[in-house]
Design a protein around this ligand. Sequence first.
Ligand code: IMO
Ligand code: MG
Length: 421
Amino acid sequence: MNKIDVVLGLQWGDEGKGKMVDVLTPGYKIVARFQGGPNAGHSLVFGNESFVLHTVPSGIFREDTANVIGNGVVIDPTVLMEEIRAIEAMGVSVPERLLVSKRAHLILPTHRMLDAASESALGKGKIGSTLRGIGPAYADKTGRYGLRAGDLLLPDFKVKYNALKERHLRQLSGLPQPDFDLESAEQAWFDAVEAMKGLKFIDSEWYINQALDEGIPILAEGAQGSLLDIDFGSYPFVTSSNTMAAGVCTGLGVAPSRIGRVWGIFKAYCTRVGSGPFPTELFDEDGERLRQVGHEFGATTGRPRRTGWLDLPTLKYSVMMNGVTDLIMMKSDVLDGFDTVKAAVAYRSGGQESDTIPYDTAGITPVYKEFPGWKTDLSGFRSYDALPAAFRDYVRFIETGTGCPVTIISVSPDRDAVILR
Ligand code: IMO
Ligand code: MG
């Protein structure tokens, strides 16, 4: 039976999903996003140029690839149309390659206001949201108030919009007032909504299932990372969707038995943007070095990312939760200059040691295993066997620890800089 393959992040996002989807796309005819929204920032690098995608799937630059925005995604028309204009400026005719699920929910300007207001009400306890209106839009979806992409085409769309906006304004009256020009944001939003009508709206569950029946290879592209999952991430410091493989079933309408290969992407170290627990976080020179060498600044918000060593217990957890069949290791080259490379293998808390992440992460300290650095520029390597032995030992440690093979290793940002095993 033809199955849908999945590529997703195993850490806190920003693992390099954009680049890998772009690398994997030649093997697929359809690339589909199943969750998240413009909180995502998927960077694609072509030579010296890079392009950041937020809502559009990362197969958009490949000819003969259809790109689907699935029902599990939340769409901000303003952001989507801006993104499409930028892609078209690169000579790509987007409407020919992009399909939008009628069931995908819409982010309204007032969702962004609510995101900002609830973050400022939380003060020090804030989530560190990207302020793209993601949480409030998903809250309206589960609260059954949301507007969907298919509603754009209905005659009473404006009436529905106004009813939801009024509801939001009532909610906002009890919150700190965000600095937000609603009128001009609404103007831009309605212009974008008009422009969106030129896109193809589909029943994506039928489209995907029929394509599967016809034997067409499909790749589902995850956004964020497994440790930001609404159910299994470090709640409440998470995003508002299921970022794990299970999200493919609900976010595209695919039966669990039709999930095929699961490509799990992780960085050779860890990063996190926003608040929340990060057991291996570094506050020293090593952390700063990871940030500078790895260019760890947010693709969506520009915020400096928090950095730390690889965390094997959480990686193992993500592999289990997603049914990962293949690991993809990113940014190995960032560790090239380190004399010693470390990875957490367990956590210590109150005199106890555990190799699984506890429910309460307060006060835990990581137990590290140290590796001698390989002190070699990895960026030119294209064959696994030629790689330095010290680096291969680090890879073997990850494979043994997770029980999963590392099939692809990326050694620099460029499209071609990958080692396939
Ligand atoms: P990609 O797809 C990294 C984080 C935010 C915040 C939390 C909740 O590029 O990997 P939200 O705006 O979703 O309500 O924010 O989730 N976050 C991400 N971190 N990469 C992302 O996407 C993220 N999307 C959201 O920083 O901590
Ligand atoms: Mg990103």
